[in-house]
Design a protein around this ligand. Sequence first.
Ligand SMILES: *Cc1c(COP(=O)(O)O)cnc(C)c1O
Length: 392
Amino acid sequence: MTDTKPDLAPLPFIDLGAQRRRLGAAIDTAILRVVDHGAYILGPEVAQLEAELAAFCGAKHAITCSDGTDALALVMMAKGVGPGDAVVCPSFTYTATAEVVVRLGATPVFADVEERRFNLDPAGLDAALRTARERGLKPVGMIAVDLFGHPADYDALTPFCAAHGLWMLCDAAQSFGAAHKGARLGTFGLATTTSFFPAKPLGCYGDGGAILTDDDALDATLRSLRFHGLGPDRSDHTGIGLTGRLDTIQAAVLLQKLTIFADEIAARNAVAARYAAGLGDLATVPEIAPGCTSVWAQYTIRVAPERRAELSASLKAQGIPTAIYYAKPMHRQSAYKDFPVAGNGLQVTDRLADEVISLPMHPYLDAETQDRIIGAIRAVLDAGRTRLRARG
Ligand SMILES: *Cc1c(COP(=O)(O)O)cnc(C)c1O
């Protein structure tokens, strides 16, 4: 027995248990079915999941794979990305985005993001190409990240890539299910990749990922590369690939989760709307572009840098977890600090790194619990505002 007061009970940042209770025995049954039928690699659930993922977002092909990082790698391997190539990508992202570029021997060129939606700023892209050429590199492509669940600015990025002969790869690891002007992610650029890491909006019970594309030739190449470059006649290997498949058991888990995913996206949007209504006057809350839908992988607000540590400490003391995504953008990380940044530096990225703080976000965050979180945040930020006024 604990005698913690109910209003101080620690909250989860992401409540996977609530989803598990909702789905009941369905996932256990689905897993046991795979254990019994024995087709552990590329079993029937994998093909069914690929058909359902493609249908869900309106893409022609879905190719499942081992994780969201290999999804990015497989597409760039299919494009033959290598030394001398430059790939434009944001620095304000999870490390995997540019890690694969480096692993293939190419060079990431970090470009700035725009502050309302945390995604690539079209205004900084010319500078990124100039920076690449000044270094003697050939710009070949762009990785547009749909950060925190929000679609990138495809109205601007798509024509930019077309005008400069770049392929566009959409890293929707945090954003499967999000939509841009009526079209779900999965239908933009050369290909879209996603991740089924457990904490992502659509997560499995381990590692998993997928690639979505409308390109038939790319689909065939990716299926070969994820299986060691296996050729059509299955005795000849025609490419150098990876052990890059999604386990059948994970496909079975995802098929069950997909049945409630649209409903969970709606619930995430209700949670986001309550945060915006409760905090919009005291903090900078994220803005979604008109006509776009986010899946809210993170609910990330911005506060004055000098208030952030106090806010997270106060919330932590009250059992409310927060996270800083991303305290160190990629161009500030030890392994990446020598790669080029576009133009004169990434002012917005650097500022966001000091201001952002992500709040508990999942589809099962009820209004009462959320009021407790909002109240705790308001208490800190309101007190700070009063102090400022007193000083001024
Ligand atoms: C999580 C993530 C990845 C990598 O996905 P994994 O499945 O963990 O390999 C890539 N890009 C972004 C933006 C991510 O958030």
